[in-house]
Design a protein around this ligand. Structure first.
Ligand SMILES: C[S@@+](CC[C@H](N)C(=O)[O-])C[C@H]1O[C@@H](n2cnc3c(N)ncnc32)[C@H](O)[C@@H]1O
Length: 265
């Protein structure tokens, strides 16, 4: 099996993933499903399911037994399996999907394409396992601008640790973080009727600690950077990020924009 390097920062702390990115998953999933289109009797696949935010939303439409989901991270697969006990949830990477050709009516990947080791092969595999005419759809964060939390985080990191942060900024180094690049990938793998656009969601935070808590645990690329800092710089980053978000004292909300691409196999 392919070792998916992008999965490395998602191997642990599934509860922290929920607080970090998982809180965005249900509303983003609803928007992605609407863009992709799912019918109640469809058989569907969630690639890079994580703890199951998208798979769970898909199951509400088609029923668990019509949902399959894969992720290379065993802890995430365990959580997804527990949430959807009658779905087909497996440890696997996009690049080697363990399914026959033409198995599904639609395949989705939420916030995953940019982490794939070989995105052309991974999306090509999604196309292979979808029936002719079926949909392949995915979304990635607008790391450069519209994903408020991550953008504010890296801008704060540049402020307090410019030398260390320069090469880790996801706005600079994440692939498929623009609409053109993402839809271009769909065209590269010869998907048809390719369309794309933006998905916007808003999520609540209890307070600033609710946002900050996952980061020092090393979750995701932003967390991995945070965990690598000495305590003093980490505290400076915390202060700078809070300031950038208006020093919230109680509950607040943040918006996030993702790009989506959809095409037919
Ligand atoms: C940001 S999380 C998104 C999880 C989930 N889709 C969601 O919306 O909450 C990225 C996920 O991609 C998975 N991943 C990384 N490389 C992958 C690959 N090559 N194939 C499939 N999934 C991969 C990670 O393990 C992680 O679960």
């Amino acid at each position: 099996m392919i070792e998916a390097e992008g999965a490395a920062t998602f191997r642990s702390a599934t509860d922290m993933y929920g607080r970090f990115i998982g809180r965005y998953a249900p509303s983003l999933a609803a928007a992605l499903i609407e863009a992709g289109g799912v019918e109640p009797d469809d058989r569907v696949l969630d690639v890079g399911c994580g703890p199951g935010g998208l798979a769970t939303t898909l199951a509400e439409i088609v029923g668990q037994e019509n949902v399959a989901a894969v992720d290379p991270s065993p802890p995430f697969v365990s959580v997804c399996r527990a949430r959807l006990p009658t779905a087909d949830v497996r440890v696997a990477a996009a690049e080697e999907l363990p399914f026959e050709d033409d198995t599904f009516d639609a395949a989705f990947a939420q916030l995953v394409v940019n982490f794939m080791t070989d995105p052309v092969r991974g999306v090509g595999e999604m196309k292979r396992v979808v029936k002719p005419g079926g949909k392949v759809a995915a979304c990635t964060w607008d790391y450069r601008e519209g994903m408020t939390m991550i953008r504010a985080y890296w801008d704060s990191a540049h402020e307090v640790a410019p030398d260390q942060s320069a090469k880790f900024d996801e706005g600079k180094n994440m692939r498929y973080a623009t609409l053109e690049e993402l839809t271009g990938l769909w065209e590269t793998v010869d998907l048809e009727e390719v369309e794309g656009g933006e998905l916007s969601v808003t999520v609540p935070y209890e307070d600033f600690d609710d946002l900050w808590a996952p980061l020092p645990t090393g979750i995701g690329p932003a967390g991995a950077f945070c965990a690598s800092l000495d305590p003093e710089t980490q505290e400076a980053l915390r202060t700078a990020l809070a300031r950038r978000l208006g020093d919230p004292e109680g509950p607040f909300e943040l918006s996030a924009r993702a790009w989506y691409a959809v095409g037919r196999a």
